[in-house]
Ligand binder design. Structure first.
Ligand SMILES: *Cc1c(COP(=O)(O)O)cnc(C)c1O
Length: 383
């Protein structure tokens, strides 16, 4: 209990003058209002407008992806990426049990089933050793496809997620995907600004996706982005997200079933303004993480730090408590004192809609679910 009180005081000092300290709130200190005003004054508020292209170009430049395609949400972005990677009804897609539900939902939108393999304690994202173990034990290659011997289904794609912004061991995972004939899609929804060996997360696989939801590092209110280094696939993604409309000055002709997933100009305007400040904000996020790290070291509580080769945006800071009992007591104490902490997501394989999906050994994920707590991680107005 003494430790809980000390932690509460420390967090209150990080975020002074706040009655309720949120887990993660957006920061608008740049050109947000100016750009929004521009949208309204020029009547470009919907899904065509200069900020849409500008935002895509800014993300391409920032991440190094050859093509970036805006969507109305990260979940949509993942849906389109999965479709273009060839996921069809009845297929399987490997992902991790410790993730936000959007990852598994997007797989289900394609009529495919997620298969859950464990995460690593070092990165909190997919564990390449566990992935390899699962594939060696349970799959065989037939006609160029990775076939799950348990279900008889094709495993087309693997979707690791960079948990709380911390990069996974993406090179090792990519090598395994190549060996087992699977496409790699990175769920980089939480990791804008995070790099593995100095290369931006989301740019290693066939596709990567970002989210700009209200609580993410950069927000557009709601929004997402598809990243790819294959320009042709990028154009196909653009086509699918805009109702598959063919180019013609006045005729409305659509050449396949498309989606209305294109981000409106007003959201993109917000994104442009936000992205202008990302470097300064990343620096502040990493300073907060550093303060947390030093503090938790001083009271002997384990704080999660980026692993080797990784540069993390520290989107959500995390500590590990002793067990579920201590975790629950801490959540109860902090939340009833205005400090918004929260547990890890309930593991995907325990949610009713995914409880019958195949699962490897997920002992790490179980342990993390029992002990991890996320801490308030917004950027204070000033440090
Ligand atoms: C936020 C998030 C998404 C996408 O969420 P949207 O709200 O649809 O933008 C996808 N995966 C993970 C892991 C996320 O955290």
């Amino acid at each position: 209990m003494e430790k809980f009180i000390a932690i509460k005081h420390f967090i209150r000092a990080l975020y002074p003058n706040k009655e309720i300290i949120p887990l993660h709130e957006p920061l608008f200190v740049g050109n947000e209002l100016k750009y929004l005003k521009e949208c309204i004054e020029t009547n470009f508020v919907s899904s065509v407008g200069p900020f849409v292209d500008r935002f895509e170009n800014m993300i391409e430049e920032y991440t190094g992806a050859k093509k970036a395609v805006v969507c109305v949400s990260g979940t949509n972005a993942l849906h389109i990426a999965l479709l273009l990677a060839g996921v069809e009804r009845g297929d399987e897609v490997i992902t991790q049990p410790l993730t936000f539900v959007a990852t598994a939902n997007a797989i289900a939108y394609c009529g495919a089933n997620p298969v859950f393999v464990d995460v690593s304690k070092k990165t909190l994202g997919m564990d390449p050793d566990k992935l390899e173990d699962y594939l060696i034990k349970n799959t065989s290659i037939s006609k160029g496809y990775c076939i799950n011997k348990i279900s008889g289904k094709r495993i087309k794609v693997c979707v690791p997620m960079h948990t709380f912004g911390h990069p996974v061991e993406i090179e090792a995972i990519n090598d395994i995907c190549i060996r087992f004939h699977m496409e790699l899609i990175e769920d980089a929804a939480e990791s804008l600004g995070s790099k593995y060996k100095n290369r931006h997360t989301g740019t290693f696989g066939k596709f990567g996706i970002l989210s700009f939801n209200g609580n993410k590092t950069v927000t557009t209110g709601g929004g997402g982005m598809i990243l790819t280094n294959n320009v042709k696939l990028g154009e196909m993604a653009k086509h699918l997200t805009t109702q598959a409309k063919t180019h013609h000055p006045w005729e409305y002709i659509h050449d396949e079933i498309g989606y209305n997933y294109r981000m409106p100009n007003i959201n993109a305007a917000l994104g442009c303004a936000q992205l202008e400040n990302i470097d300064a904000n990343l620096k502040k996020s990493r300073e907060i993480a550093d303060k947390y790290k030093k503090f938790f070291e001083s009271i002997n509580i384990s704080f999660f730090s980026e692993s080797e080769n990784c540069f993390s945006n520290y989107w959500l800071n995390a500590i590990f408590l002793k067990d579920r009992t201590e975790r629950d007591a801490f959540l109860e104490y902090t939340n009833s004192h205005g400090v918004r902490t929260r547990p890890a997501w309930r593991l995907m394989n325990k949610l009713s809609m995914f409880q019958n999906c195949l699962t490897g050994d997920i002992s790490n994920a179980n342990q993390i679910e029992d002990t991890l707590v996320n801490l308030p991680s917004s950027i204070p107005g000033k440090l």
